[in-house]
Each structure stands twice: as structure tokens, then as C-alpha cells.
Design a protein around this ligand. Structure first.
Ligand code: G3I
Length: 334
């Protein structure tokens, strides 16, 4: 058994985890991350972002991203790219730049094209058990503004250097650059708070429909799924189906379910139910290709440093013991 093994047996492409370069000095952590019975896919949490890869204009450094890509290859795991364009973790030359529309178009085209081009053919999707590459389709997660990534929670566009300079055309500029750099790359837009019906998921549906009508390449939508225990949206499966009905694939890309600390038995039991229902939503939708948790152990979760007093969001605790949440996931995958 193991999460990836179960997911594959159930017809999904993978069950995976995010990771981050500083954690890779922890040998016990790396041993578990590298167990591809549990994780058949990894995503770099930070090291392919703009600040890490193009800290000054035209100077690209792929050192950190390459470490994660090599680890995935060594482990026989799939790799999701993360990310091309996002308002956060931008180097100051982008975040504080004063660009003309033509100049920023060039900046985005160069960044996305170089990033996706660098990982062309390295972002595998699918090796069978004999390590024969059966599907070399890259999945570059094209992630646009965050904390409401292209959108604010009310469905309006986020004000950032990209939107303020180029309007929503920056989305198609980036997607076209990525497609040109790697025609086999599956291109995703990734966002959070689009997992329930409402203004924000409607805005994303409308964006995708517009991109399709305009002939802009778009293959999938990633649902980040940073949830709170007891507050998992009930309409998630419905939303996933709204997107697959457009001919897209969907993926759960950054799942974690946080709680107010300390973790009590009651909270952990509710978290188990919540993990089961989220993973079940993906299982129930044929076009949902896989689930990625945003790291696997509470030891390296992003949650406590961002949400004071909250945490315990992942299926393994800080000492790498499985929590009830793990059983919730296996119940859904079985
Ligand atoms: O690199 C600096 C380091 O030089 C410095 O010493 C240190 C001091 O705090 O900070 C380091 O940067 C941190 C960076 O992670 C790399 O570790 C930032 O402070 C920290 O804010 C940053 O957090 C990341 C966060 O994105 C930033 O928005 C998390 O690790 C990462 O897990 C998180 O991931 C995002 C996804 O990319 C998009 N969706 C939401 C998700 C959660 O926020």
C-alpha cells in the first residue's frame, strides 16, 4: 500500500507532496519523501519561483529547482513545475519595476519561456513500473497572483504589476510563452478559494472559457485547497466537474487542512473526515488527475509561520508519525 500506490490502483496518475530545498538536509525526511509507494510526484515549494530563478533581469539560476528535479528523477517521481507568474515572491526588479506594456510583455515572455524551456523534458508525467517513460508530458503549473491568485475573493482581478500594466492579457502572454517553450507541457492556472461555488470560482470559469475562445493554450486548473478543519467546502466535487466539463483536467495541487493548536483528538478526528472528503471529491471526478499535499509532515508546513496559533495541517506529525488524516486519505483512495 502507500498513498501513491493506492492512487495509481484507483486510476489516478499520482499522489504527491511539495518539498523545499532547505528540508533536503534532513535525511529521515528525504527517505520518506523518496518512498514512491507514498509519493509518486513532487512539487518544489519555492525554488522554481521568480525570485529564485531570475533574481536580476536576464540572469537565470536553476540550482535549487534542479536539485528537486534530480531528486524526482532519481526517485522515479513525477515533477510539477511551480511557477511562472505570480504576484508573490517576485524579485524587486519585477515587483517595483515601472514597465511599459511592451517591456513587461518581453519580461514575462522571457521568464516563462526560459523557465519552462529549462525544464523541458525533465518534468515527467508518468513512468510505468519498469521505468519506461510512457508519458513525457510536462505539467508546468502556471500560477498567477496569490492570496487570491488571479482573482480577489469577490472575483475581481488582483491589482499587481502584471494586471496593472497589461490587464488580463498577461495571462495569455505567459501561457503562450510556456507553450512555445515546451509544446508538450500541460499548462495550468492554479488558485485558492475556488474550491466552492461562488464569485471566485465563477471568475475562474469565465477566464478559462475566454482563454479557450481566444485560442490560448490552457490544459488544466489547479485547486490549491488550503483548508481549515471543519470548513472543507461541500461543493468541491461540483466545482471540479464544472471545469472538467470544459474539457480541462483538474488537480488538487497544494492540499493541507489546518487547525487551531493544540491538536486534540476531536480535531484530529475531524481532520481525518476532512481529508477523506477532499480526496474523495478528486476520486469521484475522472478528469481529476491527482492530489498533492503541501509537504507531508507538520515539521515543514508553511502554516504555523503564516497563521499564528494554527498548524498540524498535514497527514504526518512533526516526528513523522502518521496521523488519523492518513487513514482518511487511504479510505478515499481505496
Ligand atoms: O529565502 C528567504 C531566506 O533568505 C530568509 O532567511 C528567510 C527568513 O524568513 O526567508 C526565506 O524566504 C521564505 C521563503 O518561503 C523560502 O523559505 C519566506 O520568508 C517565506 O514567506 C516563504 O514562504 C513560502 C510562501 O509560499 C510564500 O508565499 C512557503 O515556503 C511556501 O510553501 C508558500 O507556498 C505557496 C504557494 O507557492 C502558492 N500557494 C500558496 C502557498 C502557501 O502560501
Amino acid at each position: 500500500s502507500g498513498l501513491h500506490t493506492l492512487a495509481k490502483a484507483a486510476g489516478k496518475l499520482y499522489f504527491g507532496s511539495a518539498t523545499d530545498n532547505p528540508e533536503l538536509t534532513d535525511t529521515a525526511y528525504v527517505a520518506k519523501l523518496s518512498d514512491n509507494a507514498e509519493f509518486g510526484q513532487i512539487t518544489p515549494g519555492n525554488s522554481m519561483k521568480w525570485d529564485a530563478t531570475e533574481p536580476t533581469r536576464g540572469t537565470f539560476t536553476f540550482t535549487g529547482g534542479d536539485v528537486v528535479a534530480s531528486l524526482a528523477e532519481k526517485n522515479g517521481q513525477l515533477l510539477r513545475g511551480h511557477n511562472c507568474v505570480w504576484y508573490n515572491q517576485l524579485p524587486s526588479w519585477v515587483a517595483n519595476g515601472h514597465f511599459t506594456a511592451a517591456d513587461l510583455t518581453d519580461v514575462i515572455t522571457t521568464h516563462c519561456g526560459t523557465l519552462v524551456g529549462h525544464y523541458k523534458g525533465q518534468i515527467f508525467l508518468g513512468c510505468d513500473q519498469r521505468s519506461v517513460v510512457v508519458n513525457r508530458i510536462a505539467r508546468a503549473t502556471f500560477l498567477i497572483p496569490s492570496y487570491s491568485e488571479p482573482f480577489n475573493d469577490d472575483g475581481t482581478w488582483r491589482s499587481d504589476v502584471f494586471f496593472n500594466t497589461l490587464g488580463q492579457s498577461y495571462v495569455s502572454i505567459a501561457l503562450k510563452a510556456a507553450r512555445a517553450a515546451d509544446p508538450n507541457a500541460k499548462l495550468y492556472i492554479n488558485d485558492y478559494n475556488i474550491e466552492q461555488t461562488g464569485a471566485k470560482s465563477t471568475a475562474m470559469l469565465n477566464l478559462v472559457k475566454q482563454l479557450q475562445a481566444d485560442g490560448v493554450p490552457i490544459d488544466g486548473v489547479g485547486f490549491q485547497s488550503h483548508f481549515i478543519v471543519g470548513e472543507v467546502p461541500g461543493s468541491f466535487q461540483t466545482v471540479l466537474e464544472q471545469f472538467t466539463a470544459l474539457g480541462l483536467e483538474v488537480a488538487i495541487t497544494e492540499l493541507d487542512i489546518r487547525m487551531t493548536l493544540p491538536a486534540t483528538d476531536a480535531l484530529l478526528a475531524q481532520q481525518q473526515k476532512d481529508y477523506q472528503s477532499v480526496v474523495q471529491a478528486c476520486m469521484n471526478v475522472q478528469g481529476c488527475v491527482g492530489v498533492t499535499i503541501w509537504d507531508w509532515t507538520d515539521k515543514y508546513s508553511w502554516v504555523p509561520s503564516t497563521f499564528s496559533g494554527q498548524g498540524a495541517a498535514l497527514p504526518w506529525d512533526e516526528t513523522f508519525n502518521k496521523k488519523p488524516a492518513y487513514s482518511g486519505i487511504t479510505a478515499a483512495l481505496a
